[in-house]
Design a binder for this molecule. Structure first.
Ligand code: UDX
Length: 441
């Protein structure tokens, strides 16, 4: 099939390449010339494992092209809207300007029978407005949310946990005739994943839009739940990692997303729960989501606690102390520093008088652009040279596996803060280190 993908960020670039891999002819559109140029050259404009290989593989087939001109989307059977919906500055709600301008730009190129598939994370009600805006063209809107995780984006796109179609429905809640036709078109697009028995949920617009924010809110809540337990553990001498193991054995709870530490960040979870609260307020049901305020507060408190912990191990003051921060990205296998807990703590330590050196395997350039006043080093050993305290802030594999003796040979003081609860305390203590973590004795 002929597909267009509008917006070539983390979501769109991976979606475009993955759809080409499934055998479709894909044109990726973005207003950012740098992004389009690098994608055309087969280079990923950001770090995402597996994407460079995929771009090379599908690039050779000629099925994947990129353009800055939306007119090149004309003639595609399906147009995927993959632009970003960041948080409005100074407010909780989502900024829909990129979605609106993508739809407006696409409008003159839509033909009757075309399918527009919305993938961006939007406040519920947005799909209904887009459907109305495109109605006169005879094109049909399907809401088809995306659940990809950075670091696993290719895998999640090609083998998702589920597919969701939000279709136009009649008064009885049944798909309209146009909706059923659009469903068949999407079934063809996703024929390969559907043949692998990936579950498909077919529903209405409102439900499809809510699925995405509900899923992210649940994940954020799960993380903040265990981080709240970490606060209890800190005041009782209990160990949150053993607590998580024990409750996680209950299949109803499950161990995944119960890792206590510096909490969640990134371009999705924080802004999605805030936009969801803002939308609930507009709908007059803010009480339903008031718990998300607490989820957000627990999450942000972990960053403050980490700065306090650094102060504690430095005997009450971090002024003039040298702190090495291992990790800048919001999670491993990503160069994304949007709302990164690691970088937020590094910046706080620096603002409070410490000399901070940050290292990261992939995110130094992005981190430097955001916090140019921080110092950066290429490797963990370089960052830790003469450090009074070392903070593991993002659990990249190379930091989890770091040897306490190797690190001991470069630091001024053997003090390690495990911001992600991934090190073995006994091993570090045996090597002469003061080991401290969030939620562990
Ligand atoms: C998330 C959702 O997982 C994905 O389905 C959605 O489409 C987009 O948002 P992503 O932002 O890539 O994906 O990151 P995710 O893997 O969910 O991690 C989010 C944050 O939570 C990271 O900062 C991570 O370090 C943190 N986290 C995760 C924890 O603190 N503890 C955990 O147990 C798991």
């Amino acid at each position: 099939m002929r597909l267009s993908v509008i917006g070539c960020g983390y979501l769109g670039a991976v979606h475009a390449a993955s759809m080409a891999q499934l055998g479709h002819d894909v044109i990726g559109i973005d207003v950012d010339e740098y992004k389009v140029e690098s994608l055309r050259a087969g280079r990923a404009p950001f770090y995402e494992p597996g994407l460079p290989e995929l771009l090379t593989e599908v690039g050779a087939t000629g099925r994947l092209t990129f353009s800055t001109d939306i007119a090149d989307a004309a003639g595609a059977d399906v147009h995927f809207i993959c632009v970003g919906t960041p948080q409005v500055h100074g407010e909780f709600r989502a900024d829909l300007r990129y979605v609106n301008s993508a739809v407006e730009a696409l409008l003159p190129h839509l033909r009757s029978g075309d399918v527009v598939a919305g993938k961006s994370t939007v406040p519920v009600g947005t799909a209904e407005a887009i459907a109305e805006a495109i109605e006169a063209t005879g094109a049909v809107l399907v809401w088809n949310p995306e659940f990809l995780r950075e670091g696993f984006a290719v895998e999640d796109t090609l083998h998702p946990d589920r597919l969701v179609y939000g279709l136009p429905t009649d008064d009885d809640g049944e798909p309209t005739a146009d909706g059923s036709k659009a469903r068949s078109v999407l079934d063809e697009v996703y024929a390969t994943p559907l043949s692998e028995d990936i579950p498909l949920v077919v529903t209405d617009y409102a439900t499809a839009q809510l699925v995405k924010v509900a899923a992210n809110s649940f994940l954020a809540t799960k993380i903040s739940f265990i981080n709240a337990m970490a606060e209890l553990c800190e005041s009782t001498g209990a160990d949150v990692t053993r607590l998580a193991d024990a409750i996680g054995y209950d299949a109803r709870i499950g161990r995944r997303f119960l890792n206590a530490g510096l909490g969640f960040g990134g371009g999705c979870l924080p802004k999605d729960i805030r936009a969801f609260m803002a939308r609930a307020g507009e709908l007059g049901v803010s009480d339903a989501l008031s718990f998300l305020r607490e989820v957000d507060s627990i999450n942000m408190r972990r960053r403050v606690r980490m700065v306090d912990l650094a102060r504690e191990v430095c005997h009450g003051s971090i002024v003039g102390r040298r702190v090495a921060v291992l990790g800048a990205s919001f999670k491993p296998d990503s160069d994304d520093v949007r709302d990164s807990p690691a970088l937020s703590v590094a910046a706080q330590l620096q603002l409070q008088g410490a000399h901070v050196t940050v290292t990261d395997p992939q995110a130094i350039a992005n981190a430097r652009a955001k916090w140019p006043d921080l110092h950066f080093a290429e490797t963990a050993l370089e960052a830790a040279r003469d450090a009074d305290v070392v903070l593991l802030a993002t659990e990249w594999a190379e930091y989890r596996e770091i040897d306490p003796d190797d690190l001991a040979s470069v630091v001024a003081h053997r003090r390690i803060l495990d911001g992600r609860n991934v090190l073995q305390p006994a091993r570090w203590r045996a090597a002469g280190w003061t080991y401290r973590a969030l939620g562990r004795p």
